[in-house]
Design a protein around this ligand. Structure first.
Ligand code: GDP
Ligand code: CA
Length: 319
């Protein structure tokens, strides 16, 4: 079976680990990763979501944090601080720096981001084919109003420095409108047997991937069933501040509202948590098959159960 998953960072990566545990060795998984979180720092290109997927599946992730490298040290950051060079709010550890150095060196030499990602994955051997959504530069910005007035800040500044404490007024994936899907992305969607939306952020992870012209259309046109899993349980994100970016696009932070926002033109099936059993009827009324199952990724086995439930629902909606 050829499975294609769209993925952000932590939510996507943890789900993929369960998916890998649920499928057989003959199944092929292609991951289309969000690059809208990418940021340029110290002349280096940092791709937080691609790296979270790569490190998580490759066994190099800091498990407690959910991002960054295991057994990390922070000498470079401390030295930068001595020079008074920031940003202090963004955590790049010494081991992580090596990834960004290799990536940036290869990009400068003329390789594309997909080629670089493939090269980095030779080391991490994530067990999936990891494709960036695009080789073109896309950076999500967030419009906010604070004491400095109304302005757009980089998504990382909004999320990491400001902890989404001010309201997001608009989410702008800068560059997405002219970006092209990376090589292999449209082909993978067209040839997929199943397409999955892990419980990644619907706005700044999945939404950004879908904002690359051609990708939303390819998902909608794919013959494969498309099944998503809710990142919202009991009216709140399980982790993080997804409610703040959902509000910016006028979507309530509920499992049903997120499904309806994707809509039946995009998804055929939707899983909500057992706690959101009440949401099932509203989602089904919108023409999306819906089941309530446990959706907490407490460990790999629980997550594999979620993946099996998503694949089972895909079989049920396959026409
Ligand atoms: P990010 O790029 O690191 O923010 O990660 P993603 O966009 O891939 O996923 C973030 C989303 O994962 C958040 O909105 C969380 O609500 C969701 N999430 C995290 N842990 C769980 C979990 O155990 N179960 C479910 N259903 N969602 C989760
Ligand atoms: Ca992210």
């Amino acid at each position: 079976m050829r499975i294609v998953a769209l993925a952000g960072g932590i939510g996507g990566a943890r789900f993929l680990r369960g998916l890998l545990a649920a499928v057989g060795p003959q199944d092929e998984i292609t991951v289309i990763g969000n690059t809208g979180d990418d940021i340029h720092l110290y002349g280096l290109k940092v791709c937080p979501d691609l790296d979270t997927v790569m490190y998580t599946l490759g066994g190099g992730i800091n498990e407690e944090q959910g991002w960054g490298r295991t057994d990390e040290t922070w000498s470079i950051k401390a030295e930068m601080k001595e020079y008074g060079v920031g940003p202090e709010w963004f955590g790049l550890g010494d081991r992580d720096f090596a990834t960004h150095l290799v990536r940036s060196q290869m990009l400068t030499a003329g390789y594309s981001l997909s080629q670089v990602t493939e090269a980095l994955c030779v080391r991490w051997n994530p067990g999936v084919r990891l494709l960036p959504m695009s080789d073109d530069r896309v950076e999500t910005h967030v419009r906010i109003t604070d004491e400095q007035g109304t302005r757009a800040v980089h998504f990382q500044e909004y999320w990491v420095r400001l902890h989404a404490a001010v309201d997001a007024e608009a989410i702008i994936p800068v560059g997405a409108d002219t970006a092209k899907p990376a090589p292999g992305v449209l082909e993978a969607l067209a040839e997929a047997d199943v397409i999955l939306f892990p419980p990644s952020n619907p706005v700044v992870s999945i939404g950004t991937i879908l904002a690359v012209p051609g990708i939303r259309e390819a998902v909608a046109a794919a013959p494969a069933p498309v099944v998503g899993l809710s990142p919202i349980i009991g009216g709140a994100p399980v982790r993080g501040m997804a409610d703040k970016v959902l509000a910016a696009v006028g979507v309530e932070a509920t499992a049903a509202a997120v499904a309806l926002n994707y809509g039946s033109s995009l998804i055929d099936g939707w899983l909500v948590d057992s706690a959101d059993q009440d949401a099932v009827a509203a989602v089904e009324a919108a023409g999306i098959a819906c089941r309530a199952v446990p959706l907490l990724m407490t460990d790999v086995e629980a997550t594999a159960g979620m993946a099996r439930a998503a694949l089972a629902l895909a079989e049920q909606v396959r026409t």
